[in-house]
Design a protein around this ligand. Structure first.
Ligand code: G4P
Length: 536
């Protein structure tokens, strides 16, 4: 069996894979860009289908009813498509309505991130948050600045903001010529060519035709207004003169971001972006484990669970665990070891999810994501493997921003309440904190998105028969005390701070806002605080 597996590993399967997630603030154009990537990848014939689903989803106010009706979660998309012989896996990070810890966890399964920015708005909050998670993981970041066909900030200002505020070096690959009504195209610095912008009909539902001319072509003068032409020449001089030189290693280490400008709605700059991304993006990378780095070409199959999706329909209690394949070859119905429990499991009914359609996966390689049936077998961070035991590190919890006491409306349901809360916590649906005051027994739900609260309350009713209500707490920042209780005792009383404990009894401080946190840190430099926590 083992030799069979070894023989089956095809290095070209790894070479051609690129896996990425898009990080952006709502409305920057992620749905549009995703759709255009699928259009170019031939995965859809006409753009508009993803969009229609999004509109449908926003039109319904009852998210839960929607989940039930669909029978599968709308937040669980992993899109796989081919482009010029490459195989791309796009891990969808849900938008702001669904923003949850899953959004962060998805980045644990990504090899690259595409940072999508609205040219009129520059960096926005959600992008910054997600960027911080990418930075922690040193993910290569590719920046696509979108909506150049609309009035925009100046391109230099946008670049400067990324450099200054994110501390990320930039390398411009294509540069815009004019913006808004005057947007004429982009200059591709790699090939020293200008791609002329054409507005497309119907939001660019079909691929755009590309008109390209070289910088020295005499036709330029008739195609571009003189001021745009001179501006372009000046900009190129600045970029070539003071801009950094391209450093692929720095890109792969997440220290330099290649920058692209375009208009996703008009399909403009999308293909240019895709081509560079395939060339410079990281192919599936080795993963750290208790046995050292595990290469994607390591012959034995291994992977880890980064996200769980509960089906809200009580009639179909199936849940899905999303597994990132890290090495070897995944095959349908294979029997694997589950590192945490030591059990062996048959991976039957593996699924690939394309929008709401499910497809059975026969084989998968490093960089791919497989949806597994999960009748309570898997928890976030679980490793599965074949052969010699190995364990991938757990996925950290990130600072929650919403806090509320969860109260049981019916005291006779005490047992169910506790069981439900414990199980949902173990599954990673929400973080649970507790007051240090023994008289306050109610668990504190801690989440990064409102949706997590709704899911917990909904599932408590449906799966455990317990009605609950929330009492919101006025905090928005959590920090783990690195030195533990001893350090906290030494520091003494902290004003404007609520001291709680996590599920492993470790001290966590809750602050009303960043300002309060900064103040405490200023007053107590000896207090080491962390926005992330790993299970012990
Ligand atoms: P999101 O998933 O990041 O939230 O953003 P989405 O793609 O839904 O885009 C948000 C809005 O921005 C949409 O308009 C979309 O058409 C528009 N948009 C995306 N890319 C571009 C672009 O390159 N140029 C321009 N001008 N607009 C762009 P909407 O009014 O919300 O929806 P709709 O009228 O397109 O249906």
């Amino acid at each position: 069996m083992q030799t069979e597996l070894r023989d089956a590993i095809a290095p070209q399967e790894i070479e051609r894979r690129r896996n990425f997630a898009i990080i952006s603030h709502p409305d920057a154009g992620k749905t549009t860009l995703t759709e255009k990537l699928l259009l170019y990848g031939g995965a859809i014939q006409q753009a508009g289908s993803v969009k229609a689903r999004r509109a449908q989803r926003h039109a319904t106010s009852d998210w839960m009813a929607m989940e039930q009706q669909r029978g599968i979660s709308i937040t669980s998309t992993v899109l796989q498509f081919e482009y010029q012989g490459f195989l791309l896996n796009l891990l969808d990070t849900p938008g702001h309505q669904d923003f949850s810890e899953d959004t962060y966890r998805t980045l644990a399964a990504a090899d690259n991130a595409v940072m999508l920015i609205d040219a009129a708005k520059g960096l926005e909050t959600q992008t910054r948050k997600l960027f911080e998670v990418c930075r922690l993981r040193s993910l290569p970041i590719f920046t696509f600045i979108n909506k150049l066909d609309r009035p925009s900030m100046s391109p230099l200002e946008l670049i400067d903001e990324i450099e200054r505020e994110l501390g990320l070096a930039t390398y411009v690959i294509n540069w815009p010529i004019g913006t808004g009504d005057q947007f004429r195209g982009v200059f591709d610095r790699r090939h020293q060519q200008i791609h002329l912008f054409q507005k497309t009909a119907a939001h660019g539902s079909k691929k755009a035709t590309d008109t390209t001319i070289s910088l020295g072509d005499p036709r330029i003068e008739s195609l571009l207004e003189p001021e745009l032409y001179y501006q372009l020449k000046e900009d190129i001089e600045i970029l070539d003169g003071v801009g950094a030189t391209f450093d692929l290693e720095a890109v792969h280490q997440g220290k330099m971001t290649p920058v692209f400008f375009g208009s996703a709605m008009n399909n403009f700059g999308v293909e240019l972006f895709l081509e560079s991304f395939l060339e410079y993006g990281l192919k599936p990378t080795p993963h750290e484990s208790n046995k050292g780095l595990i290469a994607p070409t390591y012959p034995e199959f291994s992977g880890f669970v980064f996200k769980l999706q509960a089906n809200m329909d009580p009639k179909h209690r199936d849940r899905i665990a999303f597994l990132r394949v890290c090495s070897g070859k995944f095959e349908k119905d294979m029997v694997v070891n589950h590192a945490r429990t030591g059990k062996t499991i048959r991976l039957s009914h593996p699924q690939k999810l394309f929008a709401q359609e499910r497809d059975t996966v026969e084989v998968a390689y490093a960089g791919d994501v497989v949806g597994l049936n999960n009748p309570g077998t898997f928890a976030i961070g679980d490793t599965v493997y074949i052969g010699e035991k190995l364990v991938y590190p757990n996925i950290p919890s990130f600072s929650p921003e919403l806090f509320a006491y969860l109260k049981n409306a019916d005291p006779t349901k005490y047992k169910n309440f506790n069981k439900g809360v414990t199980e949902l916590q173990e599954e990673g649906a929400v973080q649970i904190l507790h007051s240090t005051d023994e008289s306050k027994r109610n668990p504190i739900l801690a989440a990064v998105g409102q949706l997590q609260f709704e899911v917990v309350q909904f599932r408590l009713v449906n799966e455990y028969g317990v009605e609950t209500y929330l009492e919101t707490l006025p905090y928005s920042v959590a920090r783990w005390v690195t030195g533990g209780w001893a350090v906290l005792e030494k520091v003494g009383r902290l004003f404007n701070t609520f001291v709680v404990k996590d599920r492993w009894e470790r001290p966590v401080l809750l602050f009303k806002n960043q300002w309060n946190l900064d103040q405490i840190m200023g007053e107590h430099p000896e207090l080491e605080l962390s926005p992330i926590a790993l299970p012990p």
